[in-house]
Design a protein around this ligand. Structure first.
Ligand code: EPU
Length: 337
């Protein structure tokens, strides 16, 4: 394990923003991680997983710790259910594919989400009717205060929409080192009611889909709507979908009769931020080497060479415009650093 100096973070964030880390270390095991955390000379430490949910706006003046612990193992199996432990540095999509190859179900709707296993619980990644919490059993995390490993059960993680305890009370207090997933072995419970999945399966004439078919359908949908970070830098949905009251929705719907909404409680609905941003005229807008994706207005993109600050300013302009037009505040989903 070597601490490097003045390292470009461009390969380590899916937005492809080129900023420098003053110090950088990649850790492949827990002992090394514990030793690094003990070092007193670095007061500022940034924990970096897959770099898929962050916008870097300036050079980092401290130590970047790249979590690179690999490995997948079965911890328990009762014939119907399998408990699989994946280490934090495993690439999320590769792990999903591994589960599908082994016919372990539950995770297929989460195919092709960028990022790593260790950061997936922080924002409770979700897509097409499934969230990480649905397959989460527990995780191990190192406390930055005590340097001890602690186990968090599902209820302790307090998962919500793109939210968990690791974004709230325990924010920047723990590093997740591995996650245990609870998956089905045979009697898979498929989630195929999400409109786009249903039509994708119909288009392929698949009547009795396997988990592999569902994964392929999700991959096809994502590829048609979302830019591949290897080709165009991005961080998935830049904003969260906002929640508004039924009464505000009613007033808005009088002016915008095509406004989509999803009920989330008796008094509130969720509105797709992508729709609001599109209506505000930003979809596909390009400003030099950055902009808003042409197929999904929720995704801001770096065509190459953009500065984090420029993308941040665009996001602020979008927020201001949406607020002015709809009186709705949209909140960034990505972490701004
Ligand atoms: N819409 C528009 N214009 C757009 C984009 C969307 O009008 O440019 C409308 C669509 O017509 C549709 C609605 O918004 O009526 C919902 O669109 P979509 O199904 O694409 O989902 P989303 O709400 O935009 C969320 C997640 C995605 C996830 C999809 C599918 C958030 C912030 N985003 O997007 O997650 O893949 O649902 O489940 O919740 C991510 O978090 O990075 C991510 C990509």
């Amino acid at each position: 394990m070597q601490i490097l100096q003045n390292i470009s973070l461009k390969p380590y964030n899916t937005f492809g923003i080129d900023v420098l880390a003053k110090h950088f270390v990649s850790v492949t095991n827990i002992d090394d991680l514990k030793n690094i955390l003990k070092l007193k000379e670095f007061s500022n430490k940034l924990i970096l997983g897959g770099g898929s949910n962050m916008l870097l706006t300036k050079d980092y003046n401290g130590l970047v710790i790249h979590i690179n612990m690999k490995g997948v193992e079965i911890v328990s199996d009762n014939g119907d259910t399998v408990w699989v432990k994946a280490h934090a540095g495993e690439n999320w999509h590769q792990f999903v594919l591994w589960c599908i190859e082994n016919n372990y179900g539950g995770i297929e709707n989460l195919s092709l989400i960028p990022g790593n296993v260790g950061t997936a619980p922080i924002q409770n990644i979700g897509a097409y009717g499934v969230e990480l919490k649905d397959v989460f059993d527990s995780c191990e995390a190192i406390s930055l205060e005590s340097n001890e490993i602690q186990i968090f059960t599902k209820s302790e993680c307090d998962f919500g929409y793109r939210n968990s305890i690791f974004k709230q009370d325990k924010k920047r207090k723990f590093i997740i080192t591995s996650v245990i997933f609870k998956l089905t072995k045979g009697q898979h419970k498929l989630n195929i009611n999400y409109g786009a999945i249903t039509s994708q399966l119909e288009a392929s004439n698949i009547k009795k889909p396997s988990i592999k078919d569902v994964s392929n359908a999700v991959i096809a949908i994502r590829e048609s709507k979302l830019p591949n970070p290897k080709e165009i830098g991005n961080s998935g949905s830049f904003f969260k979908n906002p929640v508004i009251s039924n009464s505000q929705f009613k007033t808005l719907a009088e002016n915008f009769n095509d406004l989509p909404s999803y009920p989330i409680s008796e008094s509130e609905v969720k509105i797709p931020a992508g729709w609001l941003i599109e209506k505000a005229g930003f979809k596909g807008k390009r400003l030099g080497n950055y902009g808003v994706h042409k197929n999904q207005a929720l995704v801001l993109v770096n065509y190459g060479g953009a500065k984090g600050e420029e993308i941040l300013n665009l996001s602020k302009l979008i927020q201001k415009t949406v607020k002015r037009l709809f009186n709705i505040s949209i909140e960034a989903e990505v972490n701004i650093l």
